[in-house]
Design a protein around this ligand. Sequence first.
Ligand code: ADP
Ligand code: ADP
Length: 229
Amino acid sequence: MEYIVFKDVCKYYKMGAHKITAADHISFSVNKGDFCVVVGPSGAGKTTLLNILGGIDTCDEGEIYLDGRLVSNLNKRQLTDYRRYDVGFVFQFYNLVQNLTALENVELASEICRDPLDAMETLKSVGLEERSDNFPAQLSGGEQQRVAIARALAKNPKILLCDEPTGALDYDTGKHILKLLQDTCRNTGKTVIVITHNTEITRMADRVVHVRNGQISAMELNENPVSVE
Ligand code: ADP
Ligand code: ADP
């Protein structure tokens, strides 16, 4: 079932007199429950795609649907609600609140939501129940990213959008995070989209979107995605 649909989406940025086409007539769809990976060189337009899907940014042309709802024409107020209730974000540098514990960071997210999951249970699901009272500075990079993932999941969003979630981590830690995201996708049925530079993880994905110069240069469907060891 088509869950996320991009139809002829364009996004332009103005740099003085110069116009940059960050998304150039992008059309693709993602099924419900897919583990979808977006790859491509730096500056290709990957973050732009994720940000306009997540309501952090808006597109200039075209249409975006999530779960049958047109989300590309929401007004400011509707966009705030959309970001709050429907979308979970995970960023490269975690963006945790430093003076709150791991558990409090997760609780913070669930407080603003309609239908939050239990914060402690969610922390447990990312393997961090023992670290719930620790502050971010007391946690490793990989652990901080786990808290950030728990924070996003606790909102019980429709989609989980991850922008280079392993970009600040060493290879093995990054691999564990990607496995956690894949497991989360399988166990919760959530639709997960992950931007990465690393082409190795394409084997793990149900769907791989290759982006280049603001366009989709290739689309792969994997019948038998690999589970990371
Ligand atoms: P990627 O995530 O693949 O590295 P981006 O989506 O960040 O690519 O960027 C796509 C293009 O849009 C790049 O040329 C980038 O410089 C440009 N761009 C992105 N955000 C902005 C912005 N806020 N203002 C101007 N140009 C931008
Ligand atoms: P660096 O540490 O210099 O960024 P690495 O070679 O360690 O370079 O990793 C390159 C990128 O791939 C990093 O963002 C890393 O987190 C990520 N990565 C880690 N594990 C995997 C994996 N199994 N598959 C794909 N990418 C991974």
